[in-house]
Design a protein around this ligand. Structure first.
Ligand code: B12
Ligand code: SF4
Length: 448
């Protein structure tokens, strides 16, 4: 069959991100089917229309990475735009339309109903191969584990048990865009996060158990991306160090393979071996993005973070002394947050030298998380509420506006304190620098 995979994500905040998920979906079906990828970051509607006329897809896959921007202070939803795209596709093509992706997986039934697509695949898109087989043989796709049909509903499937094959095509039309705009391509070294932070949707999207890619295979893919012109790699793992041994083995493999370009990743500031970040730096790591969330002991405990304040300080010191650029993401306004814990976090930040801080104020409540259950139990959420409209947790003792003004009071004089992802102003600066040849995420230029 002819299968067209579309990434409709045109968000450029904080920068355009390479749609790596579609490489894996393509990898699962390319042996049997003709596959093309249309990245709307690089293609106009006219271009898409011409592609549809030329390729005549029988199945169209839509990658729904973001449903919204999760920024309490500056909320943006993308679903109306995607719904319009599905209607537009229907006018041009009789293809069966299938949705999937990380954002989709958070609320599959609701997103499918809103977009009016035919089917959705919850979790890993590798199951598209089975769905296409069912269509080919006139069987019911909704009988497949993890597949939902319009009007149906589905429980979260078990993780994909088969191979994860990435199909990266260096000559595909969209690759040049990312190579020229900051040079960043993406790399995945494992799926899953074994930690249990109460608000987090990542284990739901990727599973709780780790599924590791062989370090040599990761290194071979990294070299392939480098050969295609990548000047920087972003490791998309939920937390690169959630399996310390594997992350060390990947770093060693990248070093032995002679990877010449720098890379960055998300890390949890857990207790780490003293040579950990030196090993990362030796393998080409340049940026460490810590999912720190708070520097107040009570808040870390309430969020069930797998580390304590001393661990954050120690991980920060190790990364800094290995010469790495460091940023910390902060997530304020969860259960138990108060003026005192916010002040503790803001004071704690002063102890983290030469860093950038991204503040997310208000925690988006996702179904399937402990925070969702807690908000229900506390009477802060009505069980029948449509969660597609972002709902943020309201702590008992402080409101989001107060937290925001506490952060803004100090952020005003500090260029390295960024509220949210920085919005369009920061994105515009990044875009200009990427056009001038700077590579990578670039937040290090804000570090103080
Ligand atoms: C890495 C990451 C980032 C990095 C990206 C860096 C980079 N160079 O790519 C940074 C920090 C920059 C970032 C930014 C943002 N992110 Co982010 N990010 C992630 C993360 C951790 C991994 C995404 C990823 O690449 N995964 C690896 C690939 C291989 O997996 P995948 O895309 O999910 O694809 C698989 C399946 O989903 C499925 N699939 C994918 N497409 C399709 C299509 C079809 C047809 C099918 C059937 C299946 C399918 O199959 C694939 C293979 O199994 C996810 C959380 C997570 N663990 O998923 C959040 C996540 C995607 N981000 C999210 C958000 C909100 C954002 C921001 C909007 C935040 C902000 N305000 O700035 C921005 C948006 C950036 C942009 N321009 O789009 C949300 C989206 C959910 C939502 N609420 O909408 C997520 C899910 C986190 C969360 N809050 O739960 N992000
Ligand atoms: S460590 Fe990060 S990815 Fe893992 S559960 Fe906690 S917040 Fe989610």
């Amino acid at each position: 069959m002819n299968v067209l995979l579309i990434s409709p994500n045109t968000l450029t905040v904080p920068y355009p991100v390479y749609p790596i998920g579609l490489d894996y979906v393509a990898g699962a079906i390319a042996a049997e089917h003709q596959v093309r990828i249309a990245d709307m970051q690089t293609l106009s509607r006219d271009g898409l229309s011409a592609l549809i006329d030329d390729f005549a897809p029988e199945v169209i896959g839509l990658s729904i990475r973001n449903i919204d921007n999760t920024e309490g202070a500056d909320p943006l939803s993308f679903l109306a735009e995607y719904r319009q795209l599905v209607a537009w596709l229907r006018q041009r093509s009789p293809a069966v339309i299938v949705c999937g992706g990380s954002g989709f997986t958070i609320m599959p039934d609701q997103v499918l109903a809103m977009l009016e697509a035919d089917y959705g695949i919850v979790g890993e898109g590798e199951r598209l191969a089975q769905l296409i087989e069912a269509l080919r043989h006139d069987r019911n796709p909704a009988a497949i584990h993890g597949v939902i049909a319009a009007g149906g509903s589905s429980a979260l499937p078990s993780p994909w048990p088969g191979a994860q094959v990435r199909r990266f095509q260096p000559d595909a039309a969209h690759i040049r865009y990312y190579v020229e705009q900051g040079g960043m391509l993406n790399l995945q070294t494992k799926r899953g996060c074994s930690f249990n932070c109460i608000y987090c949707s990542y284990p739901r999207i990727e599973g709780r158990g780790h599924r590791l890619t062989e370090p040599q295979e990761v290194a071979a893919t990294a070299l392939q991306l480098q050969a295609a012109g990548a000047k920087y790699l972003f490791i998309t793992d939920s937390a690169f160090n959630s399996d310390i041994d594997h992350s060390m083995a990947v770093a060693a493999a990248l070093r032995h393979a002679g990877l010449a370009i720098p890379w960055g990743a998300f890390f949890a500031p857990t207790r780490l071996p003293s040579d950990y970040f030196a090993a990362m730096a030796a393998a080409g790591c340049r940026h460490v993005e810590f999912g720190t969330e708070s520097l107040a002991a009570a808040t870390l405990k309430a969020y069930r973070k797998p580390f304590q304040v001393e661990d954050i300080l120690a991980a920060h010191r190790l990364a800094r002394s290995a010469g790495l650029h460091v940023c910390h993401y902060l997530l304020l306004g969860g259960p138990g947050e108060s003026a005192a814990t916010v002040a503790e976090t803001l004071d704690g930040i002063e102890r983290l030298d030469r860093s950038v801080f991204f503040f997310f104020i208000g925690i988006r409540i996702y179904p399937g998380t402990e925070l969702f259950d807690l908000a229900l139990a506390e009477g802060k959420l009505d069980g029948s509420r449509n969660m597609l409209e972002p709902v943020f947790y309201d702590p008992d003792t402080i409101d989001r506006a107060t937290i925001e003004s506490m952060v803004e009071d100090r952020a005003r004089t500090r260029a390295n304190w960024v509220i949210g992802s920085g919005g369009s102003r920061v994105a515009a600066t990044v875009r200009t620098m990427h056009r001038r040849g700077f590579t990578g995420p670039l937040w290090e230029y804000l570090a103080r």
